[in-house]
Unconditional design. Structure first.
Length: 308
């Protein structure tokens, strides 16, 4: 905008200078963002679109020829006899894994946030299983749940209870892989909750203590509301991680017993694509799973926005 330099002289005006660093800032932002966008496009969005496209084909993964069949893979999955079992296994495993991991992780974080002797060593032991390979943990827990000479069998026999056959009964097999997964991943939830507890506002706890509020009431009215953003973050990440579990199931049960006793949707993708060589059908299952996860995540974000 032009403005007179003096009130009496209109011949000389002052032209505002442009910001000399505007283009530099834009260039710096582009240099920082573009590499990440390129990597996301190449290794996330492009494979996703290729998977969706492949779901409309019949393709034996060992053959170079593909046949376009439209929505036939989707129709087959929705009408297949084992689809209900696979979806139910996925639902039970995911809900139990998410709730179990978050409740146990929060309980351990509350406990080890206190001034206890040796809490540093205990914190390390709680977190350690998270960094161990899921396949290695699956092999170790095969001996824990072995119905012949496993640790669970020995402990149950000491109190006069017969050990269930975790490898022959589908319900117990699903319980076995769920407990194994929770044991492996509770350390992740524990560390995130512990960091959130240590960063909460101490004056609110002091005010509750001065008012004589009970410990239970303080937790639900003071501590838990401050953990809401952390709980939302964990609910999303733990949900996504639990829906992608493959290694523990593959090592411990290979999707059995009785065919689909512990088969989840992600394990079905592996079986159909690489075992049965039906890449198109496996891609259709993966696409359905992606849409379900996307819908759940959008609902979680919407609920969090309403609460905020």
């Amino acid at each position: 905008m032009l403005s007179p330099r003096t009130s009496g002289d209109l011949s000389e005006v002052v032209v505002p200078r442009r910001r000399p660093y505007a283009w530099r800032e834009v260039g710096l932002a582009a240099a920082l963002v573009l590499p990440n966008l390129i990597l996301l496009a190449l290794f996330t969005y492009r494979p996703l679109l290729d998977n969706i496209r492949l779901s409309f084909y019949h393709w034996n993964i060992s053959s170079p020829r593909r046949t376009f069949i439209g929505f036939a893979n989707y129709l087959e999955w929705f009408t297949a006899r084992d689809t209900g079992t696979v979806v139910l296994n996925t639902l039970i495993f995911t809900v139990a894994a998410v709730l179990g991991s978050m409740v146990l992780g929060l309980a351990l974080a509350l406990l080890l946030d206190q001034k206890l002797f040796g809490r540093g060593a205990v914190r390390s032991m709680v977190f350690a299983p998270f960094v161990i390979s899921g396949a290695a943990i699956g092999v170790a827990f095969q001996f824990v749940f072995d119905p012949t000479f496993g640790l669970i069998k020995d402990l149950l026999e000491r109190i006069g209870i017969a050990s269930p056959n975790f490898y022959q009964v589908p319900g117990w097999a699903l319980f076995m892989v769920t407990v194994t997964y929770i044991w492996k991943n509770v350390g992740y939830v524990f560390v995130i909750y512990l960091a959130a507890l240590q960063g909460r506002r101490a004056e609110l706890d002091e005010a509750a203590e001065i008012d004589g509020t009970s410990a239970v009431r303080t937790f639900f009215r003071v501590v838990l509301p401050q953990l809401r953003p952390t709980t939302f973050f964990l609910s999303v990440t733990v949900l996504l991680n639990s829906l992608q579990v493959f290694d523990i199931i593959n090592v411990m049960t290979r999707g059995g017993p009785l065919g689909t006793g512990t088969t989840t949707m992600v394990y079905q993708v592996y079986q159909e694509t690489f075992v049965n060589s039906r890449a198109g059908y496996g891609a259709a299952v993966a696409t359905i799973m992606f849409l379900v996860v996307l819908a759940i995540t959008l609902v979680q974000v919407r609920l969090q926005d309403r609460q905020d």
